[in-house]
Design a protein around this ligand. Structure first.
Ligand code: APR
Ligand code: ZN
Length: 251
């Protein structure tokens, strides 16, 4: 299976990657639905919806600050690194991710589309103010504060710049992702249960426009039925092997 995937990727013209929480599992970032997943311990409706934030912003901010602190202690794993290397080799044109953990960026991926936002970015609930906390070096101070974060421009409540259940995906990102999917002749789907839409349409668009779907997952997912190649395994381990085989093929 890995050999078949390596051949497809080495021969490809326009590869994109579509990733979910499973690509960050080996970095120690909890997934949502698998064993030990966040939604197994918490109710998503109470923490990741606009209603939850309106009802109890303190609780929602506590949850996101806890996740920010946890993610700050993690680093990209071999899967993130391999994807950044495939981009440098000119094989991978873009990573489209559902993850908000910033690990693809930390690994060096340049062309990155974050469909569900970024946990280290905050935005104002009132004016257009947005801040990427890592750029302004304010992350540690921000997660350490107990009080509700307020907009420096208009003093309204700040919120995590992530997409909650029931919210639309950012227009620019979803348009760019769909047009990349139409151009791709191969999509490398890594570590997603493939049950959250519209993100999960990405591999289907590649398939419908004649492309091939390669999936890496520790178990079958909602994408597996349309996968041309399904590789059961851990993202870090498989991506490391895949990268070596591709290098061997293109010399
Ligand atoms: N390697 C590869 N795949 C893995 C690994 C691993 N080490 N560990 C877990 N997986 C797989 C699981 O089998 C599962 O199919 O990763 C997938 C994780 O699925 P989810 O937890 O549902 O995460 P994801 O698909 O990214 O969720 C999509 O739902 O909660 C919302 O907005 C949130 O972006 C998230 C979206
Ligand atoms: Zn504001």
């Amino acid at each position: 299976m890995i050999d078949e995937a390596a051949k497809l990727l080495a021969r490809s013209r326009f590869v994109i990657a579509f990733t979910g929480a499973g690509v960050s599992a080996e970095s120690g970032v909890p997934t949502f639905r698998g064993l030990g997943g966040l939604w197994k311990h918490y109710r998503a409706e109470e923490l990741a919806t606009p209603e939850a934030f309106r009802r109890d912003p303190h609780l929602v901010w506590e949850f996101y600050k806890w996740r920010m602190r946890l993610i700050l202690k993690t680093k990209p794993n071999a899967a993130h690194m391999a994807l950044a290397e495939l981009e440098r080799m000119g094989i991978l044109k873009a990573v489209i991710t559902q993850n908000v953990d910033d690990l693809h960026r930390e690994a060096g991926t340049e062309r990155l589309i974050e469909l569900h936002g970024n946990i280290f970015r905050v935005r104002c609930t009132n004016c257009g103010y947005r801040e990427y906390l890592k750029a302004s070096g304010r992350v540690e101070k921000f997660v350490g504060k107990k009080s509700l974060p307020k907009c420096p421009k208009c003093s309204s409540l700040l919120r995590p710049d992530v997409v909650w259940f029931g919210e639309p995906l950012p227009r620019k990102e979803i348009d760019e992702a769909f047009s990349l999917a139409e151009r791709a002749d191969v999509v490398l789907v890594i570590g997603t249960s493939g049950v959250v839409y519209p993100a999960a349409y990405i591999p289907q668009i590649v398939k419908e426009t004649g492309g091939k779907v390669i999936e890496i997952n520790t178990e079958r997912s909602g994408i597996t039925p349309i996968a041309d190649v399904f590789i059961r395994g851990k993202a870090g381990e498989i991506m490391e092997q895949l990268l070596e085989k591709i290098k061997g093929l293109i010399g």
